[in-house]
Design a protein around this ligand. Structure first.
Ligand code: CTP
Length: 412
């Protein structure tokens, strides 16, 4: 799947001197793999650590260093590169270049180009911890932040000197995530709050055993990522997940259906869009034993008494009838038979705006899989069957519909 945010974007990647340049090569590669066009400018100091050829090879475009030997039909490359860029990333950012940027100096190709840009800067400082702690460095960092630059890191950890302290460059995935957040901030869900539930709840039997289901949480994680890409403030309320939660999402980890229900209801008044993608246990053991349940040799059977859990989306429907919040509520229906009839019944019973129905018995689709074949059923009676697609694409489609429903509600 194409990266909806980075694909086709023109990124200007500045690389300054420091041992972390090896991570900048990885960042460059990740940006290119996401479909971005990456133009790299290195400072003279950066070339002491790595050759520009590394970045030319990774980006498929000439990596530049020198202001004066450009030629190649580009008389003023810094102005042209600055005008073309959608986003600037400087990683690693040395104390020296940070100071120059804060002061507005333009004494090399990188600083001259950055001075001519009118797009956001994502800065990943990396330096020895005493240099970072120095009041001059701190003041320059604060100046750049106050002008709107987004600073990622530096992190605490082992530094090139062998010492441990604050100064390590943030990891490429974090810088990439920060860049994606910056690109998303004018998206259609900017300023909107989206809550997504994900994962299979666990209902304890005793301290070491629980009842759960086969949900991996992949669909919910993909929904949270897609909502973030559209600019929303996203909270992921999740039971244990088999995949990592996306960067930039506020995570609330829960275990049981009751905990998930409490976490959802607590946030309801501030939520614009709620998406219930969690596989919530409908029943829990009547009482969780405080000690491990022992088997008694004379007994061949063990009977468990289960009691009903709250239906989270039904609780939401009740409150929403009074407050009108959340504006949009979307559910999922995981079915093994009579897919559309069962999904339609849940759409009505839980008073949803949209239900995403999927037959979990279909090969390559449903629990744990990377793909999903779903049908969208809307409260107004519309239905749309989508082909088998990557869960991230399904998420993107669902979020587009959620955005339209939110917009429609505002216009109505
Ligand atoms: N759901 C919920 N609370 C529950 C059970 C389900 O909020 N206690 C939500 C799920 O997150 C999903 C939708 O309701 O968005 C449908 O879940 P599903 O498990 O398919 O259906 P159930 O309502 O549990 O009905 P059944 O188990 O009878 O199919």
């Amino acid at each position: 799947m194409n990266d909806p945010l980075l694909s086709g974007k023109k990124i200007l990647l500045g690389v300054t001197g420091g041992i972390a340049v090896y991570k900048a090569a990885d960042l460059c590669s990740k940006l290119v793999q996401a479909g971005a066009q990456v133009d790299v400018i290195l400072t003279e100091a950066a070339t002491k650590f790595v050759s520009p050829i590394t970045f030319s090879a990774l980006s498929g475009r000439p990596a530049r260093v020198d202001m004066w030997s450009e030629g190649s039909g580009q008389p003023i490359p810094h102005v042209q590169m600055a005008a073309a860029a959608d986003l600037v990333i400087v990683a690693p950012l040395s104390a020296n270049t940070q100071a120059k940027l804060a002061l507005g100096l333009a004494d090399n190709l990188l600083t001259a180009t950055l001075l001519a840009t009118h797009v956001p800067w994502v800065l990943a400082p990396a330096m020895e911890s005493h240099m970072w702690a120095n009041p001059a460095t701190q003041a320059h960092a604060a100046t750049l932040r106050s002008r709107g630059a987004v600073q990622v890191g530096p992190a605490e950890g082992r530094l090139a000197s062998g010492a441990v302290g604050v100064g390590r460059m943030a990891e490429p995935v974090e810088i990439l995530a920060a860049a994606r957040r910056v690109l998303a901030r004018d998206g259609p869900l900017a300023g909107r709050r989206v809550v997504v539930t994900a994962g299979g709840t666990q209902e304890p039997l005793d301290p070491v055993r629980y009842i759960t289901n086969a949900s991996s949480g992949k669909m919910g994680v993909a929904l949270a990522a897609a909502a973030t890409d559209l600019g929303a403030d996203v909270t992921l309320i999740h039971a244990p997940l088999a995949v990592a939660a996306p960067y930039g999402v506020a995570c609330v980890r829960v275990r049981t259906a009751q905990q998930m229900c409490d976490a959802v209801l607590e946030r309801l008044a501030q939520t614009d869009i709620l998406i219930g993608a969690a596989a919530v246990a409908d029943f829990r053991p009547a009482a969780a034993a405080t000690q491990k349940i022992k088997k008694v040799s004379s007994e061949e059977e063990l009977t468990l008494r289960l009691v009903r859990n709250p239906d989270i989306l039904a609780e939401v429907a009740g409150r929403r009838a009074e407050t009108g919040r959340p504006a949009v509520v979307i559910g999922f229906a995981a079915e093994t038979q009579d897919l559309l009839a069962n999904a339609a019944a849940k759409l009505t019973a839980k008073r949803l705006d949209l239900i995403v129905a999927n037959d979990v018995t279909e090969p390559g689709s449903g629990f744990g899989a990377d793909d999903n074949r779903v049908t969208l059923l809307f409260a107004d009676g519309r239905q749309e069957a989508l082909p088998l697609m990557d869960k991230r694409e399904v998420a993107w489609r669902v979020l587009q519909e959620a955005t339209a429903l939110l917009q429609h509600g505002r216009d109505a």
